[in-house]
Design a protein around this ligand. Structure first.
Ligand SMILES: [Zn+2]
Length: 231
């Protein structure tokens, strides 16, 4: 069984019979993050489609040799798989993921690009978060003190401390970093400065926001944590 994100189909699950054997139909191209032209067929009365063939344009073979690339690719793909509704056509998300995978292949993995990917993905999914104003009272975050805003993604993002009694504290530094990465293009993200603390803060806020939409933990993150890494 394979999970595909199609530009014109959205996310679909499909059976790929003989995928391991048939070089003619699949070209050996059903690996992690492979891109190509898929020929799908509906199966009467079944939810799963049938993958008839897959004409590979990029098999992403470079990922296999690089653990960080593999981890970032697995994470980005799992995010799309878990957050995109089935069969909902979302060409913007396809393009965003495709660009992310292409940059991984050509330039390797960077945490800056991963943060930009997460923020851009949430926004494209319609799950964007308020970072500049309190979602409850509208007070601008720039008027708040360094540690006087909180993060409550279940309410839509940033909440000032007068409006929230609980939630992670969002420091001004992490807030400004999130804003910066929300606006940066994927191919320009690598050049952005990102300290270890800023990355850890952003990562925590983003995971909190992402996990709201998941019913079980991300497998790719468990794998990364087992390796002792923090992407
Ligand atoms: Zn408020």
């Amino acid at each position: 069984m394979v999970s595909l994100l199609g530009k014109s189909t959205g996310r679909v699950s499909a059976l790929a019979r003989g995928a391991r054997k048939s070089v003619r139909r699949f070209g050996g191209g059903l690996g992690l993050g492979a891109t190509g032209e898929a020929c799908l067929r509906e199966r009467p009365g079944a939810e799963l489609m049938s993958l008839e063939s897959f004409d590979v344009s990029d098999a992403r073979l470079a990922f296999g040799a690089d653990l960080a690339c593999t981890a970032h690719a697995a994470y980005a793909l799992e995010l799309c798989e878990r957050l995109c509704a089935p069969r909902q056509v979302e060409p913007e998300i396809f393009v965003w993921l495709e660009e992310f995978l292409a940059l991984l292949g050509s330039r390797g993995a960077t945490v800056q690009r991963l943060r930009a990917f997460e923020l851009g993905l949430l926004r494209r999914l319609g799950l964007g978060l308020s970072i500049e104003v309190c979602v409850a009272c509208g007070r601008p975050a720039r008027e708040m003190g360094d540690d006087s805003s909180r993060w409550q993604p279940e309410r839509g993002g940033l909440v000032c401390r007068a409006c929230a009694r609980s939630g992670l504290i969002l420091t001004a530094d992490v807030r400004r970093t999130l804003l910066r990465f929300l606006e940066v293009a994927l191919d320009a993200a690598d050049a952005q400065e990102l300290t270890r603390d800023q990355n850890a803060g952003c990562r925590q806020m983003l995971l909190e926001a992402i996990s709201l939409h998941l019913t079980s933990p991300l497998k790719s993150l468990e794998f990364i944590n087992k390796m002792g890494g923090t992407p």
